[in-house]
Write a protein that binds this ligand. Structure first.
Ligand code: ATP
Length: 359
């Protein structure tokens, strides 16, 4: 039984996690507070899917991943990974999952990189032939050969991240949880990590749950994105659908030869800021920048340009604002409960974009 039979390789059915927090409120006084970090969360991820798992700070992402690895026990609901209950069989599950935390390393800081891998070989009891073949493949794909004898503390952030990804994959896990795998990396390192993850997914059908604040990670890797806020699933569908739901915009930053009046851009693109020779133009995130760039290049003395992605917080904030607007409109039209109508409208929009309804 591998978990696909009952609806998903990763399966959450009305999962809850409540923390009891004690706060000091006076000299001998303590107040008890309950924090509902994950609130009736249900979703299914199929084997081989690569899914983005995003949300604002404190939304409940890490708590979900910790429950999926068995580090935390759910307060309620049902959770399965590859058919395994993580709380009950954490050790058995450990052989089938890999975890990478962008901001922490699982490598031994003072040891050469290769020694960490040797230790993992023992810890996971990886058969010798498999260990050698996997090590060779990962060293090649992640370009680690020249770094194997370097102590981890001497590696750059990008090198260390590649080292960590290899460590998480030495035992051939079927599921990989990645928490901010490109945080702090330069463009070249980001591209390398993303290319590797794409290849891994294509070759081995590794199921990937990716937590990130970088929307380009999602755009380049995931056909599906789930948004969580206050422990609840707010959106489940393609990234384009999220942009549509949030009407999000990208920004084209243009450097001209000299200070000029605002660029005459074709609507809906428009100049939102001008500072000396630099101008910022907002345009819909669902559209390509190419026609806009071509037009500006043809008509203005262009020196340089770059495109900035909307940040996740902004996309989500716009999604909420959109829903609130719909609620107001619904209220005005027929006097029925506006919030409820907006929720229905939002859910329909999501179901439309995603092909699946959000509970
Ligand atoms: N061990 C804990 N004890 C008490 N409260 C906790 C604990 N872990 C998390 N929380 C609370 O649960 C909520 C969800 O936290 P979580 O770390 O899962 O969010 P997150 O989405 O991963 O955020 P971030 O993007 O900042 O990492 C927050 O309100 C947090 O303060």
């Amino acid at each position: 039984m591998d978990g696909d039979g009952d609806g998903g390789f990763i399966l959450l059915d009305r999962v809850e996690k409540v923390f009891d927090v004690r706060k000091r409120t006076g000299f001998l006084k303590r107040e008890r507070r309950r924090v509902r970090a994950v609130d009736s969360l249900s979703f299914a991820v199929a084997r081989g899917e690569m899914v983005g798992y995003i949300g604002p700070n404190g939304a409940g992402k890490s708590t979900t991943v910790k429950m999926l690895t068995g580090i935390l026990t759910p307060s309620g609901g049902r959770l399965r990974v590859a058919g395994i209950d993580p709380t009950r069989e954490r050790m058995r599950l450990a052989h089938r999952i890999g975890v990478v935390f962008g901001q922490r390393t699982t490598l031994w800081w003072d040891l050469p990189l290769i020694d960490s891998y040797r230790l993992m070989h023992r810890m996971y009891r990886i058969p010798d032939a498999r260990y050698r073949a996997n090590l060779e493949r990962l060293v090649e794909l992640l370009d680690l050969r020249a770094l194997l004898d370097t102590p981890v503390r001497q590696l750059s952030l990008g090198q260390r991240m590649r080292g960590d990804i290899a460590a998480a994959l030495l035992h051939d896990p079927e599921v990989l949880y990645l928490d901010e795998p490109t945080i702090g990396l330069d463009v070249v390192s980001k591209t390398r990590v993303r290319e590797f993850l794409r290849e891994l997914n294509a070759e081995r059908a590794t199921t990937v749950l990716l937590t990130t604040h970088d929307l380009q990670d999602i755009e380049q890797l995931c056909s599906r994105v789930m948004v969580i806020d206050h422990g609840r699933l707010m959106y489940d569908g393609p990234l384009a659908g999220l942009h549509r739901a949030g009407e999000s915009e990208r920004t084209l930053v243009v450097d001209l030869e000299r200070e000029m009046p605002p660029i005459d851009a074709p609507a809906p693109a428009r100049v939102v800021r001008v500072e000396g020779p630099r101008q910022w133009l907002a345009f819909p995130a669902t559209e390509s920048a190419a026609p806009l760039v071509a037009r500006i290049a043809a008509q203005y003395p262009l020196v340089d340009l770059s495109v900035r992605e909307p940040d996740i917080e902004a996309v989500i904030a716009k999604m909420y604002a959109e829903r609130a607007d719909q609620a107001d409109q619904a209220d005005g039209v027929d006097g029925v409960d506006g919030v409820e109508q907006a929720e229905q409208a939002g859910a329909a929009e999501q179901a439309d974009a995603a092909g699946r309804a959000v509970p």
